[in-house]
Design a protein around this ligand. Sequence first.
Ligand code: ADP
Ligand code: F6P
Length: 325
Amino acid sequence: MQFERKKRIAVLTSGGDAPGMNAAIRAVVRNSIWHGAEVVGVLRGYDGLLAGDFIPLDHKSVGGIILYGGTLLQTARCDKFFTSEGVKQGYDRLKAFGVDALVVIGGDGSFHGAEKLAALGMQVIGVPATIDKDMGGTFTTIGFDTACNTARECVRKLRDTASSHDRMFIVEVMGRNAGFLALETAVACGAEYVLVPEIETDFDELCERLRSSKSSGKNHAIVILAEGVMSASQLADKLRTMDCGYDPKITVLGHLQRGGSPTSYDVVLATRLADIAVEAIFRGETNVMTGLMHNEIITCPISDAWEKKAPLDMELFNMIEKLSR
Ligand code: ADP
Ligand code: F6P
């Protein structure tokens, strides 16, 4: 009599951690077990994959993690995975460990690595997670909503000092080369101005706006700066030399934006995206990612993550000018 071996599904998190990654891991584990599969976690992204750092995951291993930021599996950036030898070594590790399918939770960089594993024959599904929201194939990514809320809360506190002291604050937010996080934060906290890498800043106009809002009685200002434009200290120096009407103070939010308990939105999003990733495995799909489109979870080619990136929302950008005066 022959027994069929259980399907073995591996899951890893890669790139920058994003709040909601734990909820995604939990959904992968629990839905895989629901389907009768067994699950292994790969520690520290592709770094751990190359080292063969696998751990068994069961129902209990993911108990109580749903509301925590960071990632139970830890994450990393792995230079060796950029090479074909690195990818082959990763593939061999998965095969040697009896892995039938891999779920990669991460951003578009991590998905590039995933696509290369798929090209060697591994069944791979991507789950989009990054605070930057700089990915195609999905309306939004796990962690973005939490990061916006965190940044908004920080700005809310800064406003107290800004208005009490008639000051201007430059708040530098993350986002790598994209301005999504900066733009949404700016709208969500009613900032006076936002600088994003996608749109060239007219510094004369920025100074004029600051001066005219001051002369019309508004004595403080919040300027949100995406890190992809320049550093907050560079911007402060520039505005000082241009005499914008303020001596700018700077705050760099940095990794504060990546931590903390995920919002309900991110937990639900992560749970849905990861649950459908497992469904996709059992439908036999590979080299795909899950994504949120028109409030439905879909699967699409993993390359959509970098080939179909959405542009910045210009309507939102223009709204700031209209509403912040
Ligand atoms: P994210 O996944 O959040 O975009 P990174 O761009 O830092 O984060 O990528 C995470 C990791 O994914 C990298 O350190 C590397 O190991 C892997 N990776 C990124 N780009 C590629 C690529 N072109 N080929 C193979 N692996 C890649
Ligand atoms: O991709 C997420 C992100 O937080 C970016 O916004 C930022 O530029 C980068 O990672 C920072 O990376 P690290 O944590 O390695 O400094």
